[in-house]
Design a protein around this ligand. Structure first.
Ligand code: CO8
Length: 257
């Protein structure tokens, strides 16, 4: 596929995907979605790749869904085509994806960042769900993921007023894992992704699945799910290697089996 709206490069075992519609502050349209889904499927299928980083520009991770694309649509178009339901496929990426956010992550931009496994924020990052100002609402999971990430009070205030929060407030609220200086954001995200890519691949997938299960399951069901995946990892060669390497005081060498 010939990408027009994203850039994709491999840095060792890390796939770096950069949203690239600078004139529209990386607004998310149908083309971005189809290119991103294609790139993520290729990343997931490539055994040389262990973790991805999704980033934007210094000014904007993404300023939302493309308002100009949505403007003329009616209910029949949106509902009939289940507009943007394709983003659900992005969340089914099995290997981890880190969002590296500088500048604006608004509306759909904030929602896509939250679809990633965690968010690293530049000190310039600003998050918001300003759809209310357009007389609509989040439509890509924002009301649900934001409420789970930051709690009802802050999510409700952000959705009802459109107020943006800066990186400090986002970190205090638990929306981002940590803040790094803007100039270091992408390199720090790649370094973090390389650490993950250096872990045993089946254990990485299992850890991702079980943390995500915490958002879908009740506690006892989730704990049971975790335990079964934990038990399952004892069927892998990498578990034998990992524990032998610890006892022998050396680094583990993974086969992904
Ligand atoms: N869509 C389309 N174009 C956009 C968007 C967007 N979301 N955001 C910015 N742009 C364009 C502007 O129109 C402008 O283009 P042009 O030069 O042709 O006029 C260019 O990007 C630069 O933008 P500004 O001149 O506005 O830049 P500023 O630095 O002055 O302002 C802001 C930056 C504050 C980010 C401002 O651009 C802004 O408020 N943007 C809109 C933010 C917003 O409302 N986002 C939510 C969109 S709705 C949404 O995401 C719903 C998600 C759910 C959909 C799923 C449905 C099922």
């Amino acid at each position: 596929m010939n990408y027009e709206t994203i850039l994709v490069e491999q840095r060792g075992a890390v796939t770096l995907v950069t949203l690239n519609r600078p004139k529209a502050l990386n607004a998310l349209n149908g083309r971005v979605l189809s290119e991103l889904l294609h790139a993520m499927a290729a990343f997931d299928a490539d055994p040389s790749q262990g973790c991805a980083v999704l980033t934007g520009s210094e000014k904007a991770f993404a300023a939302g869904a493309d308002i100009k694309e949505m403007q003329a649509q009616g209910f029949a178009d949106m509902y009939g085509h289940d507009f943007f339901a394709g983003w659900d496929a992005f969340t089914r990426t099995r290997k981890p994806v880190i969002a590296a956010v500088a500048g604006y992550a608004l509306g759909g931009g904030c929602e896509v960042a939250m679809m990633c496994d965690f968010i690293l924020a530049a000190d310039t990052a600003r998050f918001g769900q300003p759809e209310i100002k357009l007389a609509v609402s989040p439509g890509m999971g924002g009301s649900q993921r934001l409420a789970r990430a930051v709690g009802k009070a802050k999510a409700m205030e952000m959705c009802l007023t459109g107020r943006m929060i800066d990186a400090e407030e986002a970190e205090r609220a638990g929306l981002v894992s940590r803040i790094v200086p803007a100039a270091d954001l992408v390199e720090e995200a790649i370094k973090t992704a390389a650490t993950i890519a250096g872990m045993a691949p089946l254990a990485v997938k299992a850890n991702k699945e079980m943390v995500n299960a915490a958002f879908d399951m009740g506690l006892s069901q989730g704990v049971q799910f975790e335990r079964r995946l934990f038990h399952g990892l004892f069927g892998t060669q990498d578990q034998k290697e990992g524990m032998a390497a610890f006892v022998e005081k050396r680094a583990g060498v993974w086969t992904g089996k």
